[in-house]
Design a protein around this ligand. Structure first.
Ligand code: CDP
Length: 795
C-alpha cells in the first residue's frame, strides 16, 4: 500500500466542486426566511421619514385596534426594560427604538407584532408620530461647523459631533521626511458610502420557551457567538440559555456582523408574547438602515525625492460614522486597520491622524468585504501613488518598482507598525505587466491619442492584513480574537467538523473538508462541515475580514494534527510496535522497517472505538483553538485598461489582469470565484454603485432602480494569474486569506485607468462612482469632481 492521492481525495489544491451548491442551485437552501415555527408571529418596523427631528409624541392607539395585532413596541416601552438603547461593538450606544429624537432617515421608531407581515405593516402605518424637524447634517464639514446642532445630545458631556481623534505613526520622523523632500504630492479624496447589499436582507426569528427558559434565535449573522454574548449582556439572559443559529446566509459582506435593533425587538417581543416572532427586513429597510461602509475623506501627502524614492507619508482622514458609532471592528482601533496603508511600500516614516464625526445618517463603517477600513487604506494608497508618479513625471510601474518592499526584507515593519509576513511583490508586478502587454499598450495609447481617442491604464498593487487576531492586539469588547475547530472522527472513518466561523457563500463546507483530507487522508467527501449553531459549534469570532482561512482554517489543520497524534498511538497498538517505529504517509501509518505493514486512518478510527490499548480514552475527537501569531498578508496586482468616450464620459473596460498571491490555495476554483466576485464589486464601486444623501438627509439610492448593482451584462471579463505563490510562514498550511483582496485593491485600478486616460486635462481626481456625467464634467471643465454629499435629490 502507498499514500492516498491527495488530489483524488479532494485535498489541498483540488478544485473540488462546492458541496453546498448541491442545495443552493436546487433551491433547497435553508435561509432564515424559510424557517416557519408553530405559532409564529411577524414583526414589522416603523422607520423615521426624517433625518433629524425631535419626537413630540407617538400615539399607537389606532394600531392596537387592528385585528391580528398582538403587540406594539415603542422606545418608551423598551426604556421601562432598560432596552431603549444598546451598546455598540465600538463602545458607543445606539437607539433600539427612538425615544427622544430620530437621528437618521430610516431609524427604527416602533415595531408591530401581528399574525402576518401584512397586518403588521398596515398597523405600522396606523401609528401617529409627531416630529419637530431639526437641521440635518450629512457630512463631516457640516458636523464640525460652528453652531452645528449636537446630534448625540443624549450622551452626557457630548458637546460637539466629534466622536474621536486618533493618531498613529512617527510625527517627528515624518516632519523630517517632508522637510527633506524635493517634491510633495498632495491629493484630496472622498471614498463614498457604499452598501454591501447582500441578496438576502437581515432578519431573525426569536423563540423564547417559558417552560425551559431557553431562547433560540435563528438569524442572519456572520458572528453567532458574538451575538450570543451581546444578547446575554443586553437582555441580561443567562448565556447557556441562549442558542443562536445562523442557517444558510444569502451573502454577508460585512452587512451581517453588527447587532441591529430588529434582532433585539424580535427577542423582546418573543419573551413578552411567549411565541416565536419573525422579523425579515425589506430591501429598502436594508439599504437605508443597515451596515453602510466607507464614507471617509482623505487629505494625503507624499514626500518624494526626485529620483522616485518616497521619503514619508502623511494622511488625515475624516470619517463620517452616521448617528451611532457602531463599527464592528477590533475595539482598540478607532479607524479600523486604516493604518495598513502603504504596507507594501518601503517608506521610512509616516503619520495618520483620524477624526470621527456623527452625522444624520445610518451608522456606517462596516467592514464591507474588507479587513476593517483596509479598502479605504488601499484605495487612498494607490490613488496617491499614481498622483505622485505623475507629479514626478515618472512611469507608473517604474515608480512602484522603486518603492515596493523587496523579497529579502521580510518580515517587514510597515510605516505604521504592522509586521508583514512574506511576499514576492516585484514578481507579481512583472507577471501583471507582461500579461497586460504594458509597453505595447503605452504605444497604442499614444497612437490613439493622436486620433482623439482616450485610452488609459491603471495599476493597483496592494497587500492586505487578513486574519484578525492575534489575541494580543485584537479583541472585540474585550473578547480576544481567535478561532476554533472541533473534529469528531466516527468509527467508520467518516467525520464531522465544526468551526467558530460562519460561511455566507464562501464555500467553507467544501474547503474545510479539504484541509482535513490534506492532514489525515480522509477523503473530503467523508467529512461533513457544520457552522453557525452556538449550541454545537466551538466558540469563535465568526467570519468577516477574510479571517476564516487564516484563523479557523488554521484551527482545522491543528485539530486534524491532534487527531493524527492519537491515531498514531492507535496504529502502534494495532501494528504491535512502539510509536517511535511508526511512520506517516497521507492516509496511512506504517512500520518504518517494514513499509508494507501498515494501517489506514480508517482502521485507526475503528480501533478508537473497538480496540484501543489499555488505559487509552476511547473515541477519536478533539478541539483546537487557534490564536494566530500574526496576520496573513496576501499581495495582489490589478491592472486595468479602459477607453473613455470624450463626448459622453462613458468608459469601457478593455482588459483586466489580476495577479493574486494568497499563499497556498486550498481550492483553486473557489479562490478564482472569490477574486472574480471581488473584482466585480470593485468595478461596481468605481463605475455605478451610487448611494448618497441630499441636503435633507434623504437617502438617495435606496432601491435597486437607483443603486445599480452590476449584472453579467455590465461585468467585464477578467484574466486571472496564479503563478506566484508565497506561503505564509506562520500559517500551518501556508494559506493566506483571499476573500476580499480584489474588492479592496480593485477600485483604485479602475479609477487610476480612467484618470490616466484623461491625464492631459490636468484633473487630479474624480470621486467614485465615476459616473459618465462626472467624467464628462472633468473632461470639459478641466476640474476635479467631488462626489461628497449633499447631492441634489433630483440628480
Ligand atoms: O473569511 P472568508 O471565508 O470570507 O475568506 P477567506 O478565508 O479568504 O476564504 C474565502 C474562501 O476561499 C474559503 O472557502 C476559503 O477556504 C478559500 N480559500 C482557499 O481555498 N485558499 C486560500 N489560500 C484562501 C481561501
Amino acid at each position: 500500500m502507498t499514500a492516498v492521492d491527495e488530489i483524488k481525495i479532494g485535498g489541498l489544491g483540488a478544485s473540488r466542486k462546492r458541496v453546498e451548491d448541491q442545495r443552493f442551485i436546487r433551491g433547497k437552501g435553508n435561509y432564515t426566511d424559510d424557517i416557519v415555527l408553530p405559532g409564529m408571529l411577524h414583526m414589522e418596523i416603523l422607520r423615521s421619514p426624517l433625518a433629524h427631528a425631535r419626537i413630540v409624541s407617538i400615539d399607537t392607539s389606532r394600531a392596537w385596534q387592528i385585528p391580528g395585532v398582538h403587540l406594539v413596541l415603542t422606545g418608551e416601552m423598551m426604556a421601562t426594560r432598560n432596552l431603549a438603547w444598546m451598546p455598540t461593538l465600538s463602545y458607543d450606544t445606539q437607539a433600539v427604538l427612538a425615544t427622544d429624537k430620530v437621528r437618521f432617515q430610516g431609524q427604527e421608531v416602533a415595531c408591530v407584532i401581528a399574525d402576518d407581515p401584512y397586518i403588521a405593516k398596515d398597523a405600522c402605518e396606523a401609528i401617529d408620530v409627531e416630529y419637530e424637524p431639526l437641521p440635518p447634517i450629512v457630512n463631516p464639514e457640516q458636523a464640525l461647523a460652528d453652531g452645528a446642532p449636537v446630534i448625540r445630545d443624549d450622551k452626557e458631556g457630548q458637546d460637539s459631533n466629534v466622536i474621536y481623534n486618533w493618531e498613529v505613526g512617527d510625527a517627528a520622523g515624518t516632519e523630517r521626511a517632508f522637510a527633506e523632500a524635493d517634491t510633495i504630492s498632495r491629493l484630496r479624496l472622498h471614498y463614498p458610502r457604499s452598501h454591501p447589499s447582500p441578496i438576502e436582507c437581515c432578519g431573525s426569528i426569536a423563540d423564547f420557551n417559558r417552560a425551559t427558559s431557553k431562547l433560540t434565535v435563528y438569524m442572519t449573522t456572520q458572528a453567532p457567538h458574538i451575538i450570543r454574548a451581546a444578547v446575554a449582556l443586553v437582555a441580561e439572559l443567562p448565556e447557556h440559555m441562549i442558542r443562536i443559529i445562523s442557517p444558510d446566509i444569502g451573502g454577508g459582506f460585512g452587512n451581517k456582523v453588527p447587532v441591529y435593533p430588529g434582532y433585539v425587538c424580535s427577542i423582546l417581543a418573543s419573551i413578552l408574547l411567549e411565541r416565536p416572532v419573525k422579523w425579515i427586513e425589506d430591501k429598502t429597510g436594508n439599504l437605508i438602515s443597515t451596515g453602510f461602509a466607507r464614507d471617509i475623506y482623505l487629505d494625503g501627502e507624499l514626500a518624494l525625492r526626485n529620483d522616485g524614492k518616497i521619503l514619508g507619508v502623511r494622511m488625515h482622514v475624516d470619517s463620517d460614522h452616521g448617528a451611532f458609532f457602531s463599527d464592528a471592528q477590533p475595539s482598540k482601533f478607532k479607524i479600523g486597520l486604516l493604518h495598513s496603508a502603504f504596507a507594501c511600500y518601503n517608506i521610512p516614516a509616516g503619520r495618520i491622524t483620524a477624526r470621527g464625526t456623527y452625522t444624520n445618517k445610518a451608522p456606517g463603517g462596516v467592514a464591507y468585504r474588507c479587513s476593517f477600513r483596509v479598502t479605504e487604506a488601499m484605495f487612498f494608497q494607490e490613488r496617491m501613488i499614481q498622483a505622485a508618479a505623475q507629479d514626478l513625471g515618472m512611469d507608473q510601474a517604474a515608480f512602484r518598482r522603486i518603492n515596493l518592499v523587496s523579497d529579502d526584507q521580510f518580515p517587514f515593519r510597515t510605516p505604521f507598525g504592522f509586521l508583514t509576513d512574506s511576499g514576492q511583490y516585484g514578481k507579481c508586478l512583472d507577471v501583471g505587466l507582461r500579461a497586460v502587454g504594458y509597453e505595447d499598450f503605452r504605444k497604442q495609447q499614444a497612437e490613439a491619442k493622436a486620433r482623439g481617442r482616450l485610452l488609459g491604464l491603471g495599476i493597483s498593487t496592494m497587500t492586505e492584513p487578513l486574519g484578525a487576531g492575534n489575541s494580543r492586539e485584537y479583541d472585540i469588547l474585550g473578547i480576544k480574537m481567535f478561532d476554533s475547530a472541533d473534529l469528531k472522527v466516527h468509527m467508520t472513518g467518516k467525520a464531522i467538523l465544526r468551526t467558530g466561523a460562519k460561511t455566507q457563500g464562501q464555500g467553507h463546507e467544501t474547503t474545510w473538508a479539504q484541509i482535513v483530507a490534506h492532514e489525515l487522508g480522509i477523503p473530503a467527501e467523508d467529512v461533513v462541515v457544520e457552522e453557525g449553531d452556538t449550541d454545537t459549534a466551538p466558540f469563535g469570532m465568526g467570519t468577516y475580514a477574510s479571517r476564516s482561512t487564516p484563523v479557523a482554517g488554521a484551527a482545522v489543520a491543528m485539530v486534524s494534527r491532534k487527531i493524527r497524534a492519537k491515531a498514531r498511538k492507535l496504529a502502534a497498538h494495532l501494528l504491535e510496535v512502539s510509536e517511535e517505529d511508526v511512520e506517516w504517509e497521507l492516509g496511512r501509518f506504517y512500520v518504518r522497517s517494514a513499509p508494507d505493514r501498515g494501517v489506514t486512518i480508517q482502521e485507526c478510527a475503528m480501533a478508537a472505538y473497538s480496540n484501543m490499548p489499555d488505559g487509552m480514552e476511547p473515541g477519536l475527537e478533539n478541539t483546537a483553538y487557534y490564536d494566530p501569531p500574526n496576520l496573513t498578508w496576501p499581495f495582489a496586482v490589478y491592472i486595468v485598461t479602459v477607453e473613455v468616450d470624450p463626448e459622453t464620459g462613458v468608459w469601457d473596460v478593455l482588459n483586466m489582469v489580476a495577479v493574486d498571491d494568497c499563499g497556498v490555495r486550498i481550492n483553486p476554483m473557489i479562490v478564482e470565484g472569490q477574486i472574480m466576485g471581488g473584482l466585480t464589486e470593485a468595478y461596481a464601486m468605481a463605475n455605478m454603485q451610487f448611494i448618497t444623501f441630499d441636503a435633507e438627509g434623504n437617502c438617495v439610492g435606496s432601491n435597486y432602480m437607483d443603486y445599480l448593482l452590476p449584472t453579467a451584462w455590465e461585468t467585464p471579463g477578467y484574466e486571472l494569474h496564479s503563478e506566484v505563490v508565497t506561503p505564509s510562514p506562520h500559517h500551518p498550511i501556508g494559506a493566506k486569506g483571499i476573500g476580499e483582496c480584489a474588492a479592496v485593491g480593485g477600485p483604485a485600478a479602475f479609477v487610476n485607468a480612467v484618470m490616466d486616460a484623461i491625464a492631459d486635462t490636468g484633473v487630479r481626481n474624480i470621486d467614485m462612482p465615476l459616473l459618465p456625467d462626472r467624467v464628462w464634467e472633468a473632461i470639459t471643465k478641466r476640474h476635479d469632481v467631488s462626489g461628497a454629499p449633499p447631492v441634489r435629490s433630483d440628480d
